[in-house]
Write a protein that binds this ligand. Sequence first.
Ligand SMILES: Nc1ncnc2c1ncn2[C@@H]1O[C@H](COP(=O)(O)OP(=O)(O)OP(=O)(O)O)[C@@H](O)[C@H]1O
Ligand SMILES: O=P(O)(O)OC[C@H]1O[C@H](OP(=O)(O)OP(=O)(O)O)[C@H](O)[C@@H]1O
Ligand SMILES: [Mg+2]
Length: 297
Amino acid sequence: MKPRDRLRIAMQKSGRLTEPALDLLNRCGLTFRQSRDKLFCFGEGEPVDLLLVRDDDIPGLIAQGVCDLGIVGRNVLNEFKGTAGDGAATLTEWRSLGFGRCRLSIAVPQDVAYNGPNDLSGLRIATSYPGLLGTWLREQGVVATTITLAGSVEIAPKLGTADVICDLVQSGGTLVANQLRETDVLLQSEAVLAGPDALPTDERGDMIELLLKRLDGVIQVRESRLLLLQTSRNTLDAVTRLLPGGPQPTLLPVAGQPDQLMLQALCAGEVSWRQLEEIKKAGAREMFVLPVEKMLA
Ligand SMILES: Nc1ncnc2c1ncn2[C@@H]1O[C@H](COP(=O)(O)OP(=O)(O)OP(=O)(O)O)[C@@H](O)[C@H]1O
Ligand SMILES: O=P(O)(O)OC[C@H]1O[C@H](OP(=O)(O)OP(=O)(O)O)[C@H](O)[C@@H]1O
Ligand SMILES: [Mg+2]
């Protein structure tokens, strides 16, 4: 294959992961000029281009070296790793990205008794994930028949083409609508940044390292809040004890009020109204919760 000097990232062309993936890349400072057919987007600032494809194709494109990285669900990545040959084993999750959360689960008709995986012996299980299901069945020591379907898996028991299913669940709404109930979780999934085990040794490797650092900053910032408040010195301990997790807070003097302090704390995650009210009761006032826009450690 011709050597490339620009990094190429594969992502879903149109689907659940498209918007959050593009948003994440934008936050990392990557912007793209969309080509007319929208399959290839040229990166405007950094030497990073996008390839927009079906999500199922992403692991294969990375394994073949057509793309350097991909944003794809762990379910799709692991299915590929389990079913494709040797090359697949070299794919790895470089980062988990916190969106597209769902799980791969077994679900059985609501009116059928179920006491555990052994009850699946001899049954027909409909799924779009034959690799992941096969591995799990082997681990459970269960022999069943896998019926591979491309979609609309939940309808299979009603149609009589399968007895139970193994499919993605998020809210559980689709299962309920089809009179099914979730019994076993095979995999917790979310979107991940996938790539080869070993980074390229040329400029693309340097670009990947830069991108990973920006990504870490973006992910940390997305989950961080800056809490500012004022407290008197004698309530400082009580207030500090109630602060949500994060690094040690910074204390600053308040001009003209020697018994008062300004406290600044970086919090990992949301700060709820309930938490603020508790902190206020402990003696804090003038409280602000601010989003963090950029962070570089
Ligand atoms: N209900 C859900 N809630 C959250 N995430 C989900 C849900 N269903 C699927 N996902 C995650 O989003 C990924 C993409 O889902 P989507 O339904 O857009 O895929 P698709 O129909 O296979 O798209 P494509 O046309 O690219 O093949 C899934 O592989 C999974 O990781
Ligand atoms: O637990 P829920 O919140 O109901 O989500 C689960 C459903 O979402 C996905 O399907 P999608 O809506 O993408 O339809 P498709 O698989 O038929 O394309 C998945 O395949 C489940 O059917
Ligand atoms: Mg797909």
